[in-house]
Design a protein around this ligand. Structure first.
Ligand SMILES: C[S@@+](CC[C@H](N)C(=O)[O-])C[C@H]1O[C@@H](n2cnc3c(N)ncnc32)[C@H](O)[C@@H]1O
Length: 256
Protein backbone atom coordinates (compact mmCIF):
# COMPACT_ATOMS: atom_id res chain seq x y z
CA UNK A 1 0.00 0.00 0.00
CA UNK A 2 1.51 3.28 -1.13
CA UNK A 3 -0.96 5.59 0.64
CA UNK A 4 0.35 5.30 4.24
CA UNK A 5 3.88 5.96 2.95
CA UNK A 6 3.07 9.14 0.98
CA UNK A 7 0.83 10.29 3.80
CA UNK A 8 3.70 9.76 6.26
CA UNK A 9 6.04 11.95 4.20
CA UNK A 10 3.45 14.73 4.28
CA UNK A 11 2.96 14.20 8.00
CA UNK A 12 6.71 14.50 8.65
CA UNK A 13 6.83 17.77 6.74
CA UNK A 14 3.91 19.36 8.60
CA UNK A 15 4.09 17.93 12.14
CA UNK A 16 5.80 19.39 15.20
CA UNK A 17 6.66 18.63 18.82
CA UNK A 18 5.84 20.57 22.00
CA UNK A 19 7.90 23.56 20.82
CA UNK A 20 5.39 24.46 18.17
CA UNK A 21 2.41 24.29 20.54
CA UNK A 22 0.92 27.34 22.26
CA UNK A 23 -2.14 25.72 23.84
CA UNK A 24 -1.37 25.16 27.59
CA UNK A 25 -3.77 22.17 27.61
CA UNK A 26 -1.99 20.42 24.73
CA UNK A 27 1.49 21.47 25.91
CA UNK A 28 0.84 19.82 29.28
CA UNK A 29 -0.40 16.64 27.61
CA UNK A 30 2.70 16.47 25.41
CA UNK A 31 5.30 17.21 28.06
CA UNK A 32 3.76 15.23 30.94
CA UNK A 33 2.36 12.29 29.01
CA UNK A 34 3.44 11.89 25.37
CA UNK A 35 7.13 12.65 25.99
CA UNK A 36 7.32 11.30 29.54
CA UNK A 37 10.41 9.03 29.51
CA UNK A 38 10.04 7.69 33.09
CA UNK A 39 10.03 3.96 33.64
CA UNK A 40 6.85 2.46 35.14
CA UNK A 41 6.77 -1.07 36.66
CA UNK A 42 3.57 -1.69 34.65
CA UNK A 43 5.75 -1.73 31.52
CA UNK A 44 7.20 -5.03 32.78
CA UNK A 45 3.71 -6.53 33.10
CA UNK A 46 2.87 -5.38 29.56
CA UNK A 47 6.07 -6.98 28.33
CA UNK A 48 5.44 -10.30 30.10
CA UNK A 49 1.86 -10.43 28.74
CA UNK A 50 3.10 -9.70 25.20
CA UNK A 51 5.83 -12.36 25.44
CA UNK A 52 3.29 -14.94 26.63
CA UNK A 53 1.03 -14.18 23.64
CA UNK A 54 3.96 -14.21 21.22
CA UNK A 55 4.94 -17.68 22.37
CA UNK A 56 1.38 -19.08 22.35
CA UNK A 57 1.38 -21.67 19.55
CA UNK A 58 -2.33 -22.54 19.79
CA UNK A 59 -4.51 -21.94 16.73
CA UNK A 60 -7.97 -20.33 16.70
CA UNK A 61 -10.58 -19.91 14.01
CA UNK A 62 -11.10 -16.18 13.56
CA UNK A 63 -14.32 -14.48 12.43
CA UNK A 64 -13.41 -11.12 10.92
CA UNK A 65 -16.13 -8.49 11.31
CA UNK A 66 -13.88 -5.64 10.29
CA UNK A 67 -12.22 -4.25 7.16
CA UNK A 68 -10.21 -7.48 6.71
CA UNK A 69 -6.53 -8.13 7.17
CA UNK A 70 -3.67 -7.13 4.88
CA UNK A 71 -1.58 -9.94 6.38
CA UNK A 72 -3.74 -13.03 7.02
CA UNK A 73 -5.11 -15.08 4.14
CA UNK A 74 -6.79 -17.79 6.24
CA UNK A 75 -9.26 -17.75 9.15
CA UNK A 76 -7.20 -20.32 11.05
CA UNK A 77 -4.57 -18.26 12.86
CA UNK A 78 -1.91 -18.84 15.46
CA UNK A 79 -2.34 -16.71 18.58
CA UNK A 80 1.34 -15.74 18.33
CA UNK A 81 0.81 -14.48 14.76
CA UNK A 82 -2.28 -12.44 15.75
CA UNK A 83 -0.29 -10.84 18.58
CA UNK A 84 2.54 -10.02 16.16
CA UNK A 85 0.42 -8.56 13.35
CA UNK A 86 -2.90 -7.32 14.76
CA UNK A 87 -1.77 -6.06 18.14
CA UNK A 88 -0.33 -2.65 18.89
CA UNK A 89 3.40 -1.90 19.05
CA UNK A 90 5.32 -1.74 22.35
CA UNK A 91 5.79 2.00 21.94
CA UNK A 92 2.07 2.68 21.40
CA UNK A 93 1.12 0.35 24.22
CA UNK A 94 3.27 2.35 26.63
CA UNK A 95 1.77 5.60 25.35
CA UNK A 96 -1.73 4.20 25.86
CA UNK A 97 -0.76 3.22 29.40
CA UNK A 98 0.51 6.77 30.04
CA UNK A 99 -2.64 8.32 28.57
CA UNK A 100 -4.78 6.24 30.90
CA UNK A 101 -2.47 7.06 33.83
CA UNK A 102 -2.46 10.78 33.01
CA UNK A 103 -6.18 11.18 32.33
CA UNK A 104 -7.32 8.78 35.13
CA UNK A 105 -10.55 7.78 33.37
CA UNK A 106 -13.16 6.13 35.57
CA UNK A 107 -14.89 4.61 32.58
CA UNK A 108 -13.26 3.36 29.39
CA UNK A 109 -14.78 1.93 26.22
CA UNK A 110 -12.67 0.02 23.71
CA UNK A 111 -13.86 -1.02 20.25
CA UNK A 112 -11.62 -3.94 19.20
CA UNK A 113 -10.05 -6.03 21.98
CA UNK A 114 -8.27 -8.62 19.85
CA UNK A 115 -5.95 -10.37 22.35
CA UNK A 116 -6.07 -7.49 24.82
CA UNK A 117 -2.69 -5.74 24.43
CA UNK A 118 -4.34 -2.32 24.39
CA UNK A 119 -6.96 -3.27 27.01
CA UNK A 120 -4.25 -4.27 29.44
CA UNK A 121 -2.37 -0.99 28.91
CA UNK A 122 -5.49 1.05 29.77
CA UNK A 123 -6.44 -1.25 32.66
CA UNK A 124 -3.00 -0.87 34.29
CA UNK A 125 -2.98 2.90 33.68
CA UNK A 126 -5.85 3.28 36.12
CA UNK A 127 -6.65 0.17 38.14
CA UNK A 128 -9.75 1.93 39.52
CA UNK A 129 -11.27 2.36 36.08
CA UNK A 130 -14.00 0.12 34.67
CA UNK A 131 -13.26 -0.97 31.11
CA UNK A 132 -15.84 -2.21 28.66
CA UNK A 133 -14.10 -3.76 25.68
CA UNK A 134 -15.86 -5.15 22.60
CA UNK A 135 -14.69 -8.02 20.43
CA UNK A 136 -16.84 -9.56 17.67
CA UNK A 137 -14.83 -12.75 17.27
CA UNK A 138 -15.76 -15.34 19.89
CA UNK A 139 -12.50 -17.31 19.66
CA UNK A 140 -10.29 -14.20 19.93
CA UNK A 141 -12.37 -12.90 22.85
CA UNK A 142 -11.99 -16.28 24.57
CA UNK A 143 -8.19 -16.07 24.32
CA UNK A 144 -8.09 -12.46 25.56
CA UNK A 145 -10.23 -13.46 28.57
CA UNK A 146 -7.95 -16.39 29.35
CA UNK A 147 -4.97 -14.03 29.56
CA UNK A 148 -6.83 -11.35 31.59
CA UNK A 149 -7.60 -14.09 34.11
CA UNK A 150 -4.02 -15.34 34.18
CA UNK A 151 -2.76 -11.77 34.73
CA UNK A 152 -5.43 -11.14 37.40
CA UNK A 153 -6.93 -8.18 35.55
CA UNK A 154 -10.24 -7.54 37.26
CA UNK A 155 -11.39 -4.16 35.95
CA UNK A 156 -12.27 -5.37 32.43
CA UNK A 157 -15.67 -6.45 31.07
CA UNK A 158 -15.10 -8.10 27.69
CA UNK A 159 -18.31 -8.29 25.64
CA UNK A 160 -18.49 -10.49 22.56
CA UNK A 161 -20.57 -8.30 20.31
CA UNK A 162 -20.63 -6.33 17.11
CA UNK A 163 -19.70 -2.64 17.65
CA UNK A 164 -22.92 -1.38 16.00
CA UNK A 165 -25.18 -3.51 18.18
CA UNK A 166 -23.50 -2.32 21.38
CA UNK A 167 -23.32 1.34 20.39
CA UNK A 168 -26.92 1.49 19.18
CA UNK A 169 -28.09 0.39 22.64
CA UNK A 170 -25.52 2.17 24.77
CA UNK A 171 -26.78 4.78 27.23
CA UNK A 172 -23.57 5.41 29.21
CA UNK A 173 -20.88 8.04 28.83
CA UNK A 174 -17.15 7.24 28.95
CA UNK A 175 -14.08 9.25 29.93
CA UNK A 176 -11.81 7.50 27.43
CA UNK A 177 -12.82 5.75 24.21
CA UNK A 178 -10.35 3.80 22.07
CA UNK A 179 -11.54 2.81 18.59
CA UNK A 180 -9.33 0.11 17.05
CA UNK A 181 -11.27 -2.08 14.66
CA UNK A 182 -13.04 -2.03 11.31
CA UNK A 183 -11.03 0.62 9.51
CA UNK A 184 -13.43 1.68 6.78
CA UNK A 185 -14.49 5.26 6.17
CA UNK A 186 -18.22 4.53 6.33
CA UNK A 187 -18.06 2.48 9.54
CA UNK A 188 -15.65 4.86 11.27
CA UNK A 189 -17.99 7.78 10.56
CA UNK A 190 -20.92 5.63 11.71
CA UNK A 191 -19.19 4.81 15.03
CA UNK A 192 -18.34 8.47 15.57
CA UNK A 193 -22.01 9.34 15.04
CA UNK A 194 -23.19 6.64 17.47
CA UNK A 195 -20.52 7.68 20.00
CA UNK A 196 -21.96 11.21 20.28
CA UNK A 197 -24.25 10.09 23.10
CA UNK A 198 -21.36 8.37 24.91
CA UNK A 199 -19.14 11.45 25.33
CA UNK A 200 -19.05 14.37 27.75
CA UNK A 201 -17.05 17.58 27.91
CA UNK A 202 -13.88 15.88 29.20
CA UNK A 203 -13.98 12.67 27.17
CA UNK A 204 -11.03 11.71 24.99
CA UNK A 205 -11.57 9.64 21.87
CA UNK A 206 -8.59 7.90 20.26
CA UNK A 207 -9.02 6.62 16.71
CA UNK A 208 -6.44 4.14 15.47
CA UNK A 209 -5.00 3.97 11.95
CA UNK A 210 -6.23 7.32 10.66
CA UNK A 211 -3.72 7.16 7.78
CA UNK A 212 -4.27 3.44 7.04
CA UNK A 213 -5.92 4.32 3.72
CA UNK A 214 -7.08 7.39 1.80
CA UNK A 215 -10.62 6.60 3.00
CA UNK A 216 -9.63 6.42 6.69
CA UNK A 217 -7.88 9.76 6.36
CA UNK A 218 -10.99 11.21 4.72
CA UNK A 219 -13.02 9.96 7.70
CA UNK A 220 -10.56 11.62 10.11
CA UNK A 221 -10.82 14.94 8.27
CA UNK A 222 -14.62 14.82 8.44
CA UNK A 223 -14.54 13.95 12.14
CA UNK A 224 -12.25 16.82 13.13
CA UNK A 225 -14.40 19.26 11.16
CA UNK A 226 -17.38 18.32 13.38
CA UNK A 227 -18.38 21.29 15.54
CA UNK A 228 -18.42 19.16 18.74
CA UNK A 229 -14.68 18.50 18.32
CA UNK A 230 -12.58 21.34 19.72
CA UNK A 231 -9.01 20.00 19.89
CA UNK A 232 -7.67 17.29 17.59
CA UNK A 233 -4.18 15.76 17.59
CA UNK A 234 -2.94 13.72 14.64
CA UNK A 235 0.02 11.55 15.74
CA UNK A 236 -0.02 9.68 12.40
CA UNK A 237 -0.94 6.28 13.88
CA UNK A 238 -3.63 7.74 16.14
CA UNK A 239 -5.99 10.65 16.05
CA UNK A 240 -6.99 12.04 19.45
CA UNK A 241 -10.07 14.20 19.80
CA UNK A 242 -11.32 16.37 22.64
CA UNK A 243 -14.66 18.07 23.18
CA UNK A 244 -13.77 20.65 25.87
CA UNK A 245 -15.99 23.66 25.21
CA UNK A 246 -13.48 25.93 27.00
CA UNK A 247 -10.87 25.25 24.25
CA UNK A 248 -10.77 27.13 20.99
CA UNK A 249 -11.01 24.88 17.94
CA UNK A 250 -7.48 23.83 16.93
CA UNK A 251 -5.95 20.91 15.03
CA UNK A 252 -2.42 19.70 15.81
CA UNK A 253 -0.04 17.30 14.08
CA UNK A 254 2.40 15.91 16.63
CA UNK A 255 5.34 13.54 16.22
CA UNK A 256 5.46 10.99 19.02
C1 LIG B 1 -6.79 -4.31 15.20
S1 LIG B 1 -7.62 -5.44 16.18
C2 LIG B 1 -7.55 -4.70 17.79
C3 LIG B 1 -6.18 -4.69 18.36
C4 LIG B 1 -6.14 -4.39 19.83
N1 LIG B 1 -6.82 -3.16 20.17
C5 LIG B 1 -4.69 -4.33 20.26
O1 LIG B 1 -4.06 -3.27 20.13
O2 LIG B 1 -4.18 -5.34 20.69
C6 LIG B 1 -9.31 -5.19 15.78
C7 LIG B 1 -10.27 -6.16 16.42
O3 LIG B 1 -11.59 -5.66 16.23
C8 LIG B 1 -12.48 -6.71 15.97
N2 LIG B 1 -13.58 -6.15 15.15
C9 LIG B 1 -13.47 -5.58 13.92
N3 LIG B 1 -14.66 -5.13 13.51
C10 LIG B 1 -15.55 -5.44 14.49
C11 LIG B 1 -16.94 -5.19 14.64
N4 LIG B 1 -17.65 -4.59 13.69
N5 LIG B 1 -17.53 -5.59 15.78
C12 LIG B 1 -16.80 -6.24 16.75
N6 LIG B 1 -15.48 -6.49 16.65
C13 LIG B 1 -14.85 -6.09 15.54
C14 LIG B 1 -11.65 -7.73 15.20
O4 LIG B 1 -12.18 -9.05 15.40
C15 LIG B 1 -10.26 -7.55 15.79
O5 LIG B 1 -9.97 -8.51 16.78
Amino acid sequence: MIYPFTSYLKFLATSTNQHGVHSPFVYKLLTQCFYNRSFYPAYDILSTHRKALLSDDSTISVTDLGAGSRVFKSDLRKVSAIARHAGMSRKRQKLLYRLSRFHQPSSILELGTSLGLSTLAMALGNEHSRITTLEGCQATAGKAKEYFKAFEIENVDLLTTDFDTYLSNCDETFDLIYVDGNHTERDTLGYFELLQKCIHNNSIVILDDIHWSREMHAAWKQIIANEQVTVSIDTFQWGLIFFRKEQKKQDFKIRV
